[in-house]
Design a protein around this ligand. Sequence first.
Ligand SMILES: NC(=O)CCC(=O)C(=O)O
Length: 252
Amino acid sequence: MHIALGDVTRNQSKMEAMVAEAARRKSHIVVLPELWSTGYALAEAKHYADELSKGMFATLSKTATQNKIAIVGSILEKRGLEVSNSAPLFAPNGRMVGVYRKIHLFRLMEEDQFLQPGPSITPLDLPWGTTGIAICYDLRFPEMFRKYTVDMSARIIFIPAEWPLVRSEHWRALLIARAIENQCYIVACNAVGKTGDTEFGGHSMIVDPWGKIVVEAGESEQLVSATIELNVIDEVRKTIPVFEDMRLDIYG
Ligand SMILES: NC(=O)CCC(=O)C(=O)O
């Protein structure tokens, strides 16, 4: 998605069109990028942020219900006097199954100046198994992914992102690495195009637990979809039992 900085109306129309298209393709879930409704308009974060059941959260719930599809992606959340970069996951009936709040704030894009970090990681119990959510910069913290997979048995991790084009090599390599080392599916959606002064890198992708790229977008706006084969997770975990071979007594 090419996000228009601070133009919520325009971004919302685009989101609705993309979700409707994903539903036409009979997808079960659609992943949106990080801060898809505003981009990094962080100086006005308090103005754009909504409380959990209001504003853009309510819009997402309605869009999920209308299209009978699950939705995940991050938006600004008002929490008392603070604002978080929060990724709610809505079920096809519009119920918010859970919300993950970004715990690693990215100083290079001044998140630490305007946002409050989340307090915890959030495993969600979904029909296809335990699911994790991470947001963009979180990708650089393998410990977080280990916690989702080893301690919480996550099988899929969704990653909404606004990752700049200049670091696309890191984006691609880290997504594949996280999938291989945790033997899980990684489903990552990045922004594209210029938003404010930053060019975003695209290459949204789904990586399977073997590290194979199931589907990969380019650097222009598009919706890509694919089917996830859940049995691959168990096959890979059985073939190379890294979770059983871990030596937490030495480095845990
Ligand atoms: N929005 C972000 O968290 C960006 C993270 C990023 O660019 C990185 O290199 O890490």
